[in-house]
Design a protein around this ligand. Sequence first.
Ligand SMILES: [Zn+2]
Length: 117
Amino acid sequence: MSHDCLFCKIIKGEIPSQFLYDDDDLVVFKDINPAAPVHLLLVPKKHIRSMNDIQEGDGEIISKLFMVAKQMAKELDVDVSGYKLLFNVEKGGGQEIFHVHLHLIGGWNRRVEKVAE
Ligand SMILES: [Zn+2]
């Protein structure tokens, strides 16, 4: 674990932050540079550099990020209007903090109604 990792410091409480969700495996907080009205970061507590570095045993936590993302989308009322879930991978993929995190981005137009299938 890199002690210089910003997200590890946030997780350990060394940098004050407000968690919208916090359990044994992950935390959720707002992106400080939001790209949309709702822009959350879902961050595993385990330090993993990028999606290139996930191992066999990390499947459960990666899966959990998506399950909590679904829950957060509902709580923030963007589930029906829609949102994006995104991993930026390494510098060329737009990753800025090298500790795996899932972006939940949405809230542009919450009035959008559910599209019939
Ligand atoms: Zn870290």
